[in-house]
Design a protein around this ligand. Structure first.
Ligand code: HEC
Length: 147
């Protein structure tokens, strides 16, 4: 069941660049927020486990990590030109695109290390990876997301 859901997500994500091209601007905003919300939900669970705010459950953590790694790749496809209206995305995204893209790459790279960190069963490695992802989220939000 979980594998099927992930396979469906992978298929959906592969088709995203093509889909986003023909999408209304306000729909791009909707989809990137939906992706961030789901990413935040899964990452938030990992973060709570890493900080002992909720008990570590390996199966749940594995599922959260798999989804986070996948979902991390989604939002970048929905930041097209002109999608800075009625959103918290700052206009600087489009004037400092290389910096924005580098921060996105960094976050995606760190999020994709989460599944292996969970699988390793090494709690110190898991905590460090969660912290590295958290920093990558924050470094973009600090510069490119309005309060
Ligand atoms: C490269 C930049 C960047 C990175 C990296 C990034 N975000 Fe964001 N995030 C944004 C921007 C910009 C918005 C505002 C989007 C909007 O309002 O259209 C946002 C919005 C959000 C939202 C609110 C969505 C909503 O419904 O309004 C959540 C939750 C979120 N991000 C979580 C995360 C998490 C968790 C990570 C790291 C795993 C992360 N973000 C990494 C740029 C980034």
């Amino acid at each position: 069941m979980k594998k099927l859901a992930i396979a469906a997500l992978v298929t959906a994500a592969t088709a995203l660049p093509a889909l986003a091209q023909h999408m209304k601007l306000e729909d791009q905003v909707k989809y990137r927020r939906a992706a961030y919300d789901l990413l935040g939900l899964n990452f938030g669970s990992l973060s709570a486990m890493a900080q002992d705010k909720k008990p570590f459950d390996k199966e749940e953590a594995q599922s959260n990590a798999d989804f986070a790694a996948m979902l991390a790749t989604v939002p970048r496809h929905f930041f097209g030109e002109g999608t800075d209206k009625n959103t918290k995305a700052k206009p600087e995204i489009w004037t400092h695109r290389a910096d924005f893209d580098a921060k996105m790459d960094k976050m995606v790279g760190e999020a994709q290390k989460l599944p292996a960190a969970v699988r390793s069963g090494d709690m110190a490695a898991f905590r460090k990876q969660v912290a590295d992802v958290g920093h990558a989220c924050k470094s973009c939000h600090d510069d490119f997301r309005a309060k």
